[in-house]
Write a protein that binds this ligand. Structure first.
Ligand code: 5AD
Ligand code: SF4
Length: 496
């Protein structure tokens, strides 16, 4: 296995700092704060720069790329690794597609709208056949559509699915050698995507994939088809990377997986997920450990015990329920009932410190009745979530739900979504108002253009905007007293 080096600096070899262009950030995960942290001087990277594999076949001006990411945090992090692979080969990252030779789209297919975005981007090249660019489609749409992408958009040269990223360096070599139809679409790969370089965008929170793929087979979900079966990374490799991240200056790491708590250590050590959380929290220099997304079926007491034992494990659990109706949950093949799910919530609420719980909800699943919707609303009341992402059901290729009867109209799905969001808004307003006067530790990850205004995240992952007379807070942990509450964030003042 190759060693991984964290390329955190914005400018590895004289490259202009790029703007990370995000798709709809709320597509399938939280909205990330991207601060612009201090840069690291090139001297700190002598080793990395001496390791760059510059390709003699291509003139330097040709080695420029533009990478746009859609979808979830897994995709964001995959893009960080893709960028790392390219920077490691001497490519420069550009701010716009216009300025780059190689244009890559890392795509999301979780819902149809997300999948359509890439085709609208590709469509812009239809009018200019002699654009002279090399265009690549990566990620879940690539995996799902495969060769058909070449048919729909013949000007595309690279199609690489999310289960085949470990092949990416070879595929890039083929592109550099002039091959204009390059494909990586293996599904049965047992490799995880570990790279020599990872070019991390967020200077305060380092993402780390510990399990790729999904074996759960929810009837509405395309992920098992696009990301392949579950593959976990050996615990020693995870811990080694965490130690390197501390050396690179990180204090917060987020362990990622579609079902992160289904982690199964492939090494003889056989560390459990809870054991891994405690071990990561115990790495000297680590102050915050996050994990996302948890599947309710595999969420056991041992994870709550780990949170009790190690305060560095953040008090936030993202535990998607999808529906409050046991009947719909069965149709969705979620493997738990409403009651079993609520027992997990009780278990988390019994932890020694308050834990923020967030969830995903789907409305308008085929056959969902008014009574089923009412059960989802009453589950929101019972669970008292700190935040949710709610989505209209979107039929996806290959999934069983696509063929289910009693399809709900788009207009009705929209109405149901509004009902769910309104109830959750009321819950959040009440919960946030109860926090006025409390003090939280916040990791500062952004400042507003107005002087004195900062923002960051609490351990529970709440967005906290606050006032401070200080001018040097980026990347610092500070105490903030809450003055006001709004539905999606807290407003406070720095306690100095
Ligand atoms: N339609 C709507 N939402 C979906 N999700 C997954 N598949 C679909 C679909 N076909 C949602 C689920 C999941 C989140 C990442 O996306 O709520 O937890
Ligand atoms: Fe999709 Fe279900 Fe796997 Fe989540 S657990 S990625 S919803 S199949």
């Amino acid at each position: 296995m190759s060693s991984s080096i964290d390329v955190r600096l914005r400018d590895l070899a004289g490259t202009a700092p790029e703007t990370a262009v995000r798709g709809d950030a709320a597509e399938c995960g939280e909205v990330l704060g991207r601060g612009d942290g201090s840069e690291i001087s090139a001297d700190d990277f002598k080793f990395e720069i001496s390791n760059l594999k510059l390709n003699p076949r291509q003139p330097a001006g040709e080695r420029t790329f533009y990478l746009e990411t859609f979808g979830c945090q897994m995709n964001d992090h995959d893009s960080e690794k893709v960028a790392g692979v390219l920077l490691g080969r001497g490519y420069q990252r550009m701010e716009s597609a216009d300025a780059a030779k190689l244009i890559l789209y890392n795509t999301c297919s979780i819902r149809e709208k997300a999948a359509q975005k890439v085709f609208s981007r590709l469509g812009t090249f239809r009018k200019t056949p002699d654009h002279g660019k090399i265009i690549g489609v990566l990620g879940c749409v690539a995996q799902q559509e495969g060769e058909e992408i070449f048919e729909r958009a013949p000007w595309v040269s690279l199609v690489c699915g999310s289960a085949s990223y470990s092949k990416l360096p070879e595929l890039i070599t083929e592109i550099e050698e002039g091959n204009r139809r390059v494909m990586g679409l293996d599904k049965d790969t047992d490799a995880t995507f570990e790279t020599e370089f990872t070019r991390r965008d967020n200077p305060y929170r380092a993402y780390l994939t510990i399990i790729e793929g999904c074996d759960k087979a929810c009837s509405y979900c395309v992920v098992p088809f696009t990301r392949g079966p579950e593959r976990s990374r050996a615990s020693a490799s995870v811990l080694e990377e965490v130690r390197r991240l501390v050396d690179a200056g990180y204090t917060e790491v987020q362990l990622l997986g579609q079902t992160v708590n289904s982690y199964a250590d492939p090494s003889p050590r056989k560390m459990t997920f809870a054991g891994l959380l405690v071990a990561v929290a115990g790495v000297p220099g680590i102050r915050r450990v996050r994990f996302m997304t948890s599947h309710p079926r595999d969420f056991g007491r041992d994870i709550v015990d780990a949170m009790d034992a190690a305060p560095a494990i953040c008090n936030h659990v993202h535990l998607p329920v999808q529906s409050g109706s046991t009947r719909i949950l069965r149709e969705m093949r979620r493997t738990y009932t409403r009651e079993e799910y609520l027992e997990k919530i009780e278990m988390i609420r019994s932890a020694r410190r308050p834990i923020c719980i967030t969830s995903d909800i789907i409305v308008g699943f085929p056959g969902e009745t008014e009574a089923d919707l009412a059960e989802t609303i009453s589950l929101l009341d019972a669970a008292q979530y700190d935040g949710i992402f709610a989505f209209q059901y979107s039929p996806r290729p290959n999934t069983d739900a696509r063929h289910m009867p009693d399809v709900i109209s788009e207009a009705e799905k929209g109405r149901r979504l509004a009902v769910v969001l309104e109830r959750q808004r009321e819950i959040q307003v009440r919960k946030h108002e109860a926090l006025v006067g409390e003090t939280f530790e916040v990791l500062v990850d952004g400042g507003s253009r107005k002087p004195g205004q900062w923002s960051g995240r609490s351990s529970g992952n709440r967005i906290v905007n606050f006032y401070s007379p200080r001018t040097d807070l980026l990347g610092q942990y500070v105490q903030v007293r809450v003055l006001r509450a709004v539905p999606n964030s807290l407003v406070g003042e720095h306690v100095i």
